[in-house]
Each structure stands twice: as structure tokens, then as C-alpha cells.
Design a binder for this molecule. Sequence first.
Ligand code: SER
Length: 319
Amino acid sequence: MKRILVTGATGQIGSELVPVLRDKYGRENVVAAGHRRKPEDEFIDAGPYEIMDTTDAQSISALVQKYSIDTIYHLAALLSAKAEENPQLAWDINMNGLQTVLEVARHHHCTLFFPSSIGAFGPSTPPDNTPQVTIQRPNTLYGITKVAGELLCDYYFKKYDMDIRGVRFPGLISYKTLPGGGTTDYAVEIFYAAVKNEPYRCFLKEGTRLDMMYMPDAIRAVIELMEADARMLTHRNAYNITAMSFTPDQLYASIQKELPDFSMTYEVDPIRQEIADSWPHKMDDSAARAEWGWQPEYDMEAMTKEMIEKLRKEGSHVT
Ligand code: SER
């Protein structure tokens, strides 16, 4: 039986991954760890919750021992725009945090999942059908920590024979927990405005094409990769995965099909626009498809319909 620790458990991915892991492996076998003193009730009621600093090896080690952890999903990180605001903190959390977790995992023989990102690419990367193996010279602090993270995970895999796996996530769209300070956040915020019948001011300009994915696909990808036969995995850290690729105007049109009165204008944030302009338009995820059977289920239309339906139902979450 797996005994799992999830760092960053109260974040956008963690808040949806933890319940799925608990259903699958048993509530007592999945420890949610976050930095919030007071997490959502669902964490307190649904299974073990611990407050943790991902740069403090001793406290992570103590948790791993306390719960006999054998698998860590290390999700704690600052997103791209937040990282540009505070590069020192981003380095500390994203880089030192990962290295600390890798060391704890090494000492306690844990398997590790590490999420990389489209942010691991940069302006000199081919933006269309971005290959699995290509130029990675990102010019954001977030991207630098993601490339270094990929390389560090590969290093620990090779040098210490550890089982470490990762994906390069595109922008993730979800209705449960808002992302905190990413460049692709517009594709989430837009739905919150639409459902409240409010106009939306998009911070990326018309025509800015980026890879995206609906959260249920992202969660399934993580679990399928972690359950894949290790002998099939050649690329490991980290696999390109994508589900859809669209521009703000295309998403706007897709929402308008459901909500014809919805309106959107543009107020471009130059910092996030520059970040977005340095990222791929559409990644080639054929390595993930070939090595562990990756296959997305949601396209933009299906995702749009479900986001609107879920946000309407979950009215209390719409802030
Ligand atoms: N969604 C992330 C961000 O925008 C990219 O991985 O920062």
C-alpha cells in the first residue's frame, strides 16, 4: 500500500489531487501538507493535514517518518508572475524546496513526482509543436527553476537510482481553487467573471496562443504517469503534455456561445505578456502518449461547458 505525502496541498493542483488520491489509496494513507495555519475544512475532516515548510529538511523528514511515507508529490511552488515579483523567494521555494525534498526522498527511499511547466521553455524554443527534447533557455525565474528542477530530478534518478517522474503542465483551468499568480490565470479568472455576469478585462492580448488543460485531465495525467510501468519511461523529467491550445479571443468566443451577454476587453499587463510571449503555443506530447498512454479527454468546448456548469453550482466558491 502506498503512503503518500503531498506538498503544496492547498494549492490549485493539490486541492484536487489530494481527494482523488485519498479515494484511490485510502484517506489515512494520504497526508496533505501546506503552509496555511488554517486549511479548508475538507482537509481537516478528510484525512491527515500537516503544516510544513518545504525548505526545512528536518520537518519534512519527521513527517515522512511519522507517516511511513514512500511517495511524495512535491507541488509547493510559486507560479510565474509571482516569481517575477519576488525572485529570491521563488528561488528559495522552487529550487531549495525541491532540493530539500529530493534529499529527504533519497534518505527515506521515496518515489517522487515533480511538476514542470511550459515555463521551462523560452523565447528561443520552437513555439509550434514544441518537441519533447529541444532548446530550453527560459528568461523567467520560474522557468529557470523548472529547467533546473527537471535536470536535478534526472540527476537524482541517474546518480541515486531514485524513481522520479514529472510532466510539463500547460496552463491549468479549474473551478475549485484559484491559481496564485500565474501567467495563464486569465483562462480561469474569465470564467469567474462570466458566471457572475461581470465583464472581464484580459491581461494578455488578443492572439496570445498558449497550451492549456482542464484539471480533471491534469489529475489523471499525474496518476497515470505515477502508475506507469517504469520500464516504459525514457524521458521521465519531464513529459510534455497538453490538451488544447487557444488564444484569449477564442476562449471568449467559446464562453459567449454559452453566455451570449458576456463581454471581454483587454488591459494588457506587460510583464505577463512578455512571459506568455516566451512560452510555446502548442507542445508536441507524443512522448507521453507513446511511453505511458497519455490521452486528454477535454477540448476547449467541453471544458468551457463544464466550467460554467460547475461554477454555477458551486456559487459559494465564486468570490
Ligand atoms: N500556469 C503556470 C503559470 O502561468 C505555468 O505553469 O505560471
